[in-house]
Design a binder for this molecule. Structure first.
Ligand code: SAH
Length: 238
């Protein structure tokens, strides 16, 4: 089997209280076209289908007191157990999770897909996280109102790496993080913008000079903006 046919089975299952948010931005542009072409698939399940009683209750007040509501462990477990995992990682989008990185995204894109649980309110009961051995992944050190946008970000970042999804597949090889550096800056017409010309080297046609220039720019940007990445890059070079 080729990589292409393998990854065309990539599938995301999302468990959410707001299924109407999907596909949303994932149905637009190149990802949306790839969805239509079955290069990847998305199914979205309403956690409320597993809610309790006449009102399909999914949450309750936090044990020990405090503000807000917590998603019940039994309801979340029922929603999870109703999904055919098909060897896919089970991920709860959570600000307490391991921050998502491009290398994790690459690993996810190379795998069969992901099952993504989106929290709301104060989050979900800790016991279901432990009982179902759910991995927690964060979008970054800030707090969203729900896991849906984080799930979309994870899906979008993964799906764009599936062969055939982006028009020019080569464009993911040199982009930010792929090389351990931030990407070099881009320029296009016009040649002069408000007294700022395109750097001469880029219009000179000398390809080795161009790649040297871009490499210098990428290094300078990374050093200045992301000393954490720069340190790693220098270490890995040795
Ligand atoms: N009380 C929680 C925040 C709950 S926010 C805390 O302080 O840790 C509600 C939901 O939004 C969470 O259950 C989670 O699914 C989602 N969420 C919020 N911030 C997120 C982030 N940085 N990354 C991923 N998901 C996030």
């Amino acid at each position: 089997m080729t990589a292409q046919t393998m990854s065309s089975n990539w599938s995301a299952t999302v468990l959410t209280l707001f299924p109407e948010m999907f596909p949303g931005p994932l149905g637009i542009s190149l990802l949306g076209k790839a969805l239509e072409k079955n290069l990847w698939s998305l199914d979205v399940h309403d956690v409320r289908d597993h809610g309790l009683g006449k009102h399909r209750t999914v949450d309750d007040t936090p044990a020990g007191g405090g503000p807000g509501m917590v998603m019940r462990a039994d309801v979340a477990a029922a929603a999870i157990d109703a999904v055919d995992r098909k060897n896919r990682p089970l991920i709860y989008l959570s600000p307490r999770g391991v921050p998502l990185t491009q290398s994790r995204v690459r690993a996810l894109a190379a795998g069969p897909g992901a099952v993504l649980l989106c929290g709301r309110f104060e989050g979900i009961d800790q016991r279901v996280i432990e009982a179902r051995q759910i991995e927690e992944v964060s979008l970054g050190d800030f707090v969203l109102a729900g896991g849906e946008i984080a799930a979309m970000a994870l899906i979008e970042a993964s799906v764009r790496l599936i062969p055939g999804v982006l028009g020019d597949h080569a464009s993911t090889a040199e982009e930010s993080f792929a090389t351990g550096l931030l990407e070099y800056p881009h320029y296009t017409r016009p040649q002069m913008f408000e007294d700022r010309p395109i750097p001469d080297v880029l219009t000179g046609g000398n390809h080795s000079e161009i790649s040297r220039f871009r490499q210098q720019q990428a290094q300078a940007l990374t050093k200045e903006r992301r000393p954490d990445l720069w340190t790693l890059y220098e270490k890995n070079k040795r």
